[in-house]
Design a protein around this ligand. Structure first.
Ligand code: CP
Length: 311
């Protein structure tokens, strides 16, 4: 006989660590917590007395603010440190930073770092729950979860959908988390981008590789464009942004190849006119701002669950 399901994760490092049941549970929890953000008084006492530190060593608008809003809506105390205002600029190591944070007794540390594996390293040196808010080119699990939530809300299912992801797949932690997340939930992920931005091993992750954007997008239920991650490229990987926009940009003509009810997505920040044209980003099929709204609900769910709110 199957036992009762229980969310058993203290850390959220990679979407790979989550089972289908875990993902469904996170989505259901986010769905029920989402309503709090529509109330006149957007606050519940669920995490009162908990201390959450945002440790962001890379820039962020959506992830950092939505984690902070999520924590505050559940009455946790939140504190933010960025790379430029921390003693990392004076040479303090990540582990020493973490040990010093731990000495102040936080319950959770949310970390974004340029190095793949930084959150995993941190979790071995502190007692606090660690949530990965994006590490190098590795993973961005909360982004994948909010993407799954947005698609499931709109389509009513994930299984059997065609999801096209176009852009810099090699350097995108969003792509890596989304390919794993959507595939795990029964969707078929098709990827396309310049050869220099398509890593080996995509097929082993369950994705279908395309050379032409038209074949990736044709009849898709979801079209997601990704930013070129220039900050993670040592040498230029494309001749020019204009050329990239012409060949791989999601414009009205390309979007029209997808199903008429296809969702247009982007994790942000968007470089308008490069990976996506403004009329597509702002068009009727775009759910880009719904992704941001759902980001708060997903992050509320993650904080609630890792801090012991599984009941
Ligand atoms: N999607 C995302 O991670 O956006 P930010 O870099 O603004 O957090």
């Amino acid at each position: 006989m199957q036992g009762e399901y229980r969310f058993a994760h203290r850390h959220i490092i990679s979407i790979d660590d989550l089972s289908v049941s875990d993902i469904n549970h996170i989505l259901q929890t986010a769905d029920s917590l989402k309503e709090i953000s529509t109330r006149a008084i957007k606050k519940v006492p669920t995490l009162r007395g908990k201390t959450i530190v945002n440790l962001f060593f890379e820039p962020s608008t959506r992830t950092r603010l939505s984690f902070e809003i999520a924590a505050k809506r559940m009455s946790a105390d939140t504190y933010s440190i960025s790379a430029t205002t921390s003693s990392a600029v004076k040479g303090e190591s990540l582990i020493d930073t973490a040990r010093n944070l731990q000495a102040m007794g936080p319950d959770a540390i949310i970390i974004r770092h340029a190095s793949s594996g930084a959150p995993n390293l941190l979790k071995n040196h502190v007692q606090a729950s660690i949530i990965n808010a994006g590490d190098g080119t590795h993973q961005h699990p909360s982004q994948a979860l909010l993407d799954l939530m947005t698609v499931k809300e709109r389509k009513g299912r994930l299984e059997g959908l065609k999801v096209a992801i176009v852009g810099d797949i090699t350097h995108s932690r969003v792509a890596h988390s989304d390919i794993i997340g959507f595939t795990k939930m029964g969707a078929r992920v098709h990827v396309c981008g310049p050869n220099t931005m398509l890593p080996p091993g995509l097929e082993a992750m369950g994705a279908v590789r395309h050379r032409r954007v038209a074949s990736a997008v044709r009849d898709a239920d979801v079209v997601m464009a990704l930013r070129i991650q220039k900050e993670r490229q040592r040498d230029p990987l494309i001749p020019s942004l204009r050329e990239y926009a012409t060949i791989f940009g999601i414009n009205r003509e390309v979007a029209a190849l997808a199903r008429p009810d296809a969702l247009i997505m982007h994790p942000g920040p968007i470089n308008r006119g490069v990976e996506m044209s403004p009329e597509v980003a702002d068009g009727g099929q775009s759910v880009i701002l719904e992704q941001v709204t759902n980001g708060v609900a997903i992050r509320m769910a993650l904080l609630y669950l890792v801090l012991g709110g599984s009941d």
